[in-house]
Design a protein around this ligand. Structure first.
Ligand SMILES: Nc1ncnc2c1ncn2[C@@H]1O[C@H](COP(=O)(O)OP(=O)(O)OP(=O)(O)O)[C@@H](O)[C@H]1O
Ligand SMILES: [Mg+2]
Length: 355
């Protein structure tokens, strides 16, 4: 195996790029026109990934030094976990990387049979042709969904087949992965992507797609997405037919409460009598297609930036109630009943504070 075959970016063709040579693969408007933007702008090489310098440079070193360990990637959605391992696979195995990689995700069966039959079968066969690397790769995406029995069986397989196969476990919630399995892997924690780097990416994509996004539009997008690049791309694409994408377009398109609407909702909660607050907020929600879950998130955010109007103890009482309302909503609770519960909880908190 030559140094060229492993440890260089040349084994996989990069997409045509306005920024070719600057490390960013940005296809133009006419490339892959029909693809959703999350796929169209999926990074293909490690250097295309933004905001993951430490992780990509360490993986780059592993590949160059031919010391590729079992990996565990964990962290919030849309931060590049799947894209990173796919970029590694393309780099390790070249153009025909597919034949050296087994990719399993939540839509596949996650139990012991899958481990015994599929993974063991793939792991126990050696590679027939050299693709620049002597091992194969099993990617277990959404590994936190594997059953306990399957995880236990994998402990053994990971060790027994280490000569032929490297494993990459990917999950959002690392607590749900067997500690013994975790300890067999080199762990990488993915964090929400940095806002300034997401901003540059938004600007590049907006230019490539000929989309006009204003500064307050970018700010709203950054705020709503909280470091999740998939969400950024999905929102941007769904607004892309508009002549100008500003803050209002972004909030309308996502159905997320606009800061000005939130201000009105907070005023009504604090100052209106129960039945008036109830009907006002209900009309707001209906006219602007807001979900109560989003309103609750924004009520909490509101108190993060405004001074607490009540004592710590009373706010804790209010937040405990919010948690209960959120739980009820997520388990099928009715929107209007839970709206009444929200207003009741706030009014009760105010009453408690007056005593
Ligand atoms: N670090 C990044 N740099 C550039 N684009 C990114 C990055 N992370 C995510 N993206 C964009 O978001 C999309 C989704 O990324 P990816 O599938 O890698 O996320 P993930 O971390 O695996 O999410 P999940 O936990 O939901 O599976 C990609 O197609 C890509 O367009
Ligand atoms: Mg993923």
């Amino acid at each position: 195996m030559s140094d060229k075959e492993i440890g260089t970016e040349e084994t996989f063709p990069v997409l045509p790029s306005k920024n070719k040579g600057k490390g960013k693969a940005i296809p133009t408007k006419h490339d892959k026109e029909h693809l959703p933007w999350v796929e169209k702008y999926r990074p293909h090489t490690l250097s295309d990934l933004i905001s993951l310098e430490y992780i990509t440079s360490t993986l780059d070193k592993f590949i160059k030094e031919r010391q590729f360990p079992h990996l565990l990637f964990y962290g919030p959605p849309g931060t590049g976990k799947t894209s990173t391992i796919l970029a590694c696979a393309k780099r390790l195995f070249g153009k025909d990387w597919n034949s050296s990689v087994m990719e399993l995700n939540a839509s596949d069966e996650r139990g012991i049979d899958m481990v015994r039959e599929d993974i063991k079968g793939f792991a126990s066969t050696r590679k027939l042709f050299s693709t620049g690397s002597e091992f194969k790769l099993v990617i277990l995406d959404e590994a936190d969904g594997l059953t306990n029995i399957a995880q236990n069986a994998l402990r053994r397989i990971v060790e027994d087949y280490a000569k032929n196969v490297r494993f990459c476990f990917i999950c959002n919630n690392v607590q749900r992965l067997n500690p013994a399995l975790q300890s067999r892997c080199t762990r990488f924690r993915f964090r929400p992507l940095k806002q300034d780097q997401i901003r540059s990416r938004i600007e590049e994509i907006a230019m490539a797609e000929n989309v006009n996004i204003t500064e307050d539009g970018i700010q709203a997008l950054l705020k709503l997405c909280g470091g999740d690049m998939r969400r950024v791309l999905n929102i941007l694409q769904s607004c892309s037919s508009r002549d100008v994408i500003d803050e209002t377009v972004i909030y309308n398109c996502t159905g997320y409460p606009h800061p000005k609407d939130m201000e009105r909702i907070m005023n009504s909660l604090a100052n209106d009598e129960f039945s008036i607050a109830y009907s006002k907020i209900k009309i707001f929600m209906e006219n602007l297609s807001m979900s109560l879950n989003d309103i609750i998130t924004e009520v909490v955010n509101y108190f993060k930036i405004h001074e607490f109007p009540l004592s710590g103890e009373t706010m804790a009482y209010f937040f405990r109630n919010l948690r209960l309302i959120e739980h009820n909503l997520n388990t099928g609770g009715n929107n209007t009943t839970q709206l009444a519960a929200l207003i009741g909880a706030y009014k009760n908190a105010l009453k408690k504070a007056d005593k």
